[in-house]
Design a binder for this molecule. Structure first.
Ligand code: PLP
Length: 477
């Protein structure tokens, strides 16, 4: 493809992109496809001769697009959002064009220096303590899962005085990691990858509000110490995935300090709300934390992947992960930041650019009002559900996340569960909206998260009307 052709297609693509986003609500949120249906339409071997871009694009539109979930659809209420925004997309186009490998300062000084600066902006926006006050240094990871793995690896090394790194885990007493039963599955995955074994993970019970029970945590830590096991790490959640549980950082942090346990905060989703001063209560006890992660790629209008990882002691992380073969040495070694030593992968995309575009383009106040609007829509919906005898909240609302059950018609709990599931399935099959069926305290529920960039009140109102009407039609007894 020559550059004239590139320019022509590029202009046409940008028009398509704007049209797509402008009319995405006319598409189903979730496609109706059977497994294998898309694959059957794709040639099983690659083309030998060049194909025209028009043909490639036509297949994208006609074969692939009908098999995509439209994550930027304003009636996307499932999982957590992977919200994007026009300034973020524009930045991603530039990032793709530069195609830079930003693994260290030498390989793109501006990418490194922007990453440091924009993560410090975000840190200030979130009201987190800065490096000058013994606070946090930021790095962008691909995902929160990577940040959690970095935390567990650093905790492992700190607990074994960096012996596990050199001699392996056989050389050290057994280690334990603690988290609540509400915590995201990435913690268990990281414990496995870090070589500790899934049995090293203690899943601590929660109190009535779904937060980790600090008394149960203390009992587990003390039992391990008595058994000669080293408590290495606690992963606490602010906004756990199921129903947005917030663990009590203050007592958890005190316990960690008492026993020298590494404390990582997983606020992958809810962390975006730290930019709202009225939500800072969630951070009480943050002074005890060794690291924290939040995902601008979930609820801060920045394309996946962009996970903001804050660490109090970068030297511990670097000491855990660093490698220095000759071909990666450079003249400014040690005087500049080489982010390759702050994460798992060597290669790094220029991710800071899109976050910089987003923060500048909306301004802090613009971002705050978008999040406040999402939360206000959720407050409204939670109230509607509470006021309706046919439905009940399965857990208290957290920020923009709720879970509810269908409870009309005086039926057995099993029948209520079946109806709640059938309602979720029917709604999702309709393509009009997308929710997540889940379990809350042993009962089936519909999990509903409002965080899509383009979601407005009328979308939430329409969804609620749809939910009530669909239920009435399904269970007309
Ligand atoms: C989404 C989520 C994760 C995983 O995030 P990735 O960036 O996809 O790895 C971890 N923890 C919580 C609380 C989450 O909501």
């Amino acid at each position: 493809m020559d550059f004239d052709e590139f320019r022509r297609h590029g202009h046409a693509f940008v028009d398509w992109m704007a049209d797509y986003l402008e009319t995405v609500e006319d598409r189903p949120v979730r496609p109706q496809v059977e497994p294998g249906e898309i694959a059957r339409q794709l040639p099983s071997s690659p083309p030998d001769s060049p194909e025209a871009m028009a043909d490639i694009f036509a297949d994208f539109e006609n074969i692939l697009l009908p098999g995509m979930v439209n994550w930027q659809h304003p009636s996307f209420f499932a999982f957590f959002t992977a919200n994007s925004s026009p300034p973020s997309v524009l930045a991603e186009m530039l990032t793709a064009t530069l195609g830079a490998q930003c693994m260290m300062w030498e390989t793109s000084p501006a990418a490194t220096e922007l990453e440091t600066r924009v993560l410090d902006w975000l840190r200030q926006m979130c009201g987190l303590p800065g490096p000058d006050e013994g606070g946090f240094h930021g790095v962008i990871q691909d995902t929160a899962s990577s940040a959690i793995l970095c935390a567990i690896l650093t905790a492992r090394e700190r607990a074994t005085d960096w012996a596990a790194n050199v001699k392996g885990l056989k050389s050290t007493p057994p280690l334990a990691v603690y988290t609540s039963i509400e915590t995201h599955s990435s913690t268990e995955k990281s414990v496995k990858i870090a070589g500790l074994g899934a049995d090293a993970l203690r899943k601590i019970a929660t109190t009535d509000d779904f937060g980790m029970d600090p008394k149960a945590l203390r009992a587990a830590v003390e039992a391990d110490i008595a058994a000669g096991i080293i408590p290495a790490c606690v992963i606490a959640s602010i906004g756990a995935t199921g129903v947005g549980a917030v663990d009590p950082l203050e007592p958890i942090g005190q316990l960690c300090r008492e026993h020298g346990i590494f404390l990582h905060i997983d606020s992958a989703w809810a962390g975006s709300a730290f930019i709202l001063p009225e939500k800072h209560w969630m951070l009480e006890g943050i002074d005890y934390a060794d690291s924290l992660v939040l995902n601008p790629h979930k609820w801060l209008f920045t394309n996946f992947d962009c996970s903001a990882h804050y660490v109090r002691d970068p030297d511990a992380l670097i000491r855990t992960l660093t490698i220095l073969p000759d071909y990666l040495k450079h003249a400014n070694q040690g005087d500049v930041i080489d982010y390759r030593d702050w994460g798992i992968a060597l290669g790094r995309r220029f991710r800071a650019l899109k976050l910089w575009f987003v923060i500048r383009s909306y301004g802090v106040s613009g971002l705050q009002s978008m999040l406040r609007a999402h939360i206000a829509h959720t407050v409204w919906l939670a109230q509607e559900i509470e006021d309706d005898k046919g439905f009940t909240l399965a857990a208290p609302r957290r920020l923009s996340l709720i879970a509810f059950r269908y409870v009309a018609g005086n039926v057995e709990p099993e029948e209520e569960d079946r109806r709640t599931d059938l309602l979720a399935k029917t709604l999702n099959d309709s393509g009009r909206l997308y929710v997540t069926p889940t379990t809350v305290k042993g009962r089936r529920a519909i999990r509903f998260n409002i965080g899509q960039t383009y979601t407005e009140r009328h979308h939430v109102e329409a969804a609620w009307k749809d939910i009530k009407e669909t239920a009435a039609a399904l269970f007309a007894d």
